[in-house]
Design a protein around this ligand. Structure first.
Ligand code: IPM
Ligand code: MG
Length: 369
């Protein structure tokens, strides 16, 4: 009997729908090979949802997400909606509530620069000759993003505004376990990034990481202040493996990582809740890059980030490991064979310049039979 799963597809705005179309074609092909079935329902989110309903995350979209095992997310936002109040803007008004609603506290953001694509990185070639592969584990539902109180008022006639950076020990423990587990599956090194020389929340963060390390005696834990980490990432990205950090630091460092990898269009991400007894988590999977409204509809977007996000979904939420491996392998072969969308092209004569659909096609052709 074939296994059945259910996911919600939220393509969103900008390049979202066109890269999503390629990911769904891959999903069609991989289902028939893998003896499983993924039921999908597509719903509105972001600017598209604002235009249709007035809200970036309509209740019916949230309800649909609750029915599935995972959300495959495209991207949201664009200049059209930038004038709206922050909470009604596509990015903030959809992403933050989705993360909070499903308690998606563990954000996995790989920053990968393949040796064949180092030219696309803004970092000097001598520092990244062999490429690099960093995994940023970002705490996603705590810290200053959600801490209360936050607000704005007046003191002696002058406006003041404030946010609260707060962590419960249990919130740090659970993200630490995700990070240590990820490190176990890689080179068994974990770097915790904090600001323990200034922030009380970082002191608790560091203490807790040291405590949880006892559960993972094989993993070598080290610590770095966030300002130093920002420098070292540029100077010696290849020395990093898995790093774990709180929400705001992770927001900033993961963008830096994505930029220096030179291939924003190739980076997936996963936002995961607590794993169930079967080891699988409800999760939301999305490209690390944004909606790129400037290139939307021109068939220029690289669909690889969306396709690799699908692979992460199959791995972490559906347990379809063989299918995930097959997709990741097909992407590597496609790069090896020289296929390049404009974001990763150099103009070398051996490259095959392709648009969005042709890149999807090339990957499709390289899936295991
Ligand atoms: C991200 C984004 C979001 C964040 C914004 C859009 C709210 O920058 O996913 O990194 O800050 O988390
Ligand atoms: Mg960000």
């Amino acid at each position: 009997m074939s296994r059945t799963h259910r996911i919600t597809v939220l393509a969103g705005d900008g390049i979202g729908p066109e890269v999503m179309a390629e990911a769904l074609r891959i999903l069609d092909a991989i289902e028939t090979r893998g003896n499983f079935n993924v039921a999908r329902t597509a719903h509105l989110v972001g600017g598209a949802a604002i235009d249709a309903t007035g809200h970036p995350l309509p209740p019916e979209t949230l309800l649909a997400c609750e029915q599935g095992n995972a959300i495959l997310f495209g991207s949201v936002g664009g200049p059209r909606w930038e004038h709206l109040l922050p909470d009604l803007q596509p990015e903030r008004g959809a992403l933050l509530p989705l993360r909070k609603h499903f308690d998606l506290f563990a954000n996995l953001r790989p920053g990968i620069c393949l040796p064949a694509l180092t030219h696309a990185s803004p970092i000097k070639q001598e520092f990244i000759a062999d490429g690099f592969n960093v995994l940023c584990v970002r705490e996603l539902t705590g810290g200053i993003y959600f801490g209360s109180p936050k607000g704005r008022h007046e003191i002696q006639g002058e406006p003041v505004a404030f946010d609260t950076m707060i962590y419960k020990k249990s919130e740090i423990e659970r993200i630490a376990r995700v990070a240590f587990t990820a490190a176990m599956g890689r080179t068994k090194r974990l770097l915790s990034v904090d600001k323990a020389n200034v922030l009380a929340s970082s002191v608790l963060w560091r203490e807790t990481l040291i405590e949880i390390a006892r559960e993972f005696p094989e993993v070598e834990l080290s610590h770095m202040y966030v300002d130093n980490a920002a420098m070292q990432l540029i100077r010696r990205p290849a020395s990093f493996d898995v790093l774990v950090t709180e929400n705001l630091f992770g927001d900033i460092l993961s963008d830096e990582m994505a930029m220096i990898s030179g291939s924003l269009g190739m980076l997936p991400s996963a936002s995961l809740g607590n794993p169930g007894s079967n080891g699988l988590s409800f999760g939301m999977y999305e490209p690390s890059g944004g909606s790129a409204p400037d290139i939307a509809g021109k068939s220029l977007a690289n669909p690889i980030a969306q396709i690799l996000s699908l692979a992460m979904l199959l791995r972490f939420s559906l347990g379809e490991t063989a299918a995930a491996d097959s997709i990741e392998n097909a992407v590597s072969l496609t790069i090896r064979d020289g296929f390049r969308t404009v974001d990763i092209a150099t103009g070398r004569p051996d490259e095959i310049k392709v648009g969005t659909a042709a890149m999807g096609e090339a990957i499709l052709a390289r899936l295991d039979p």
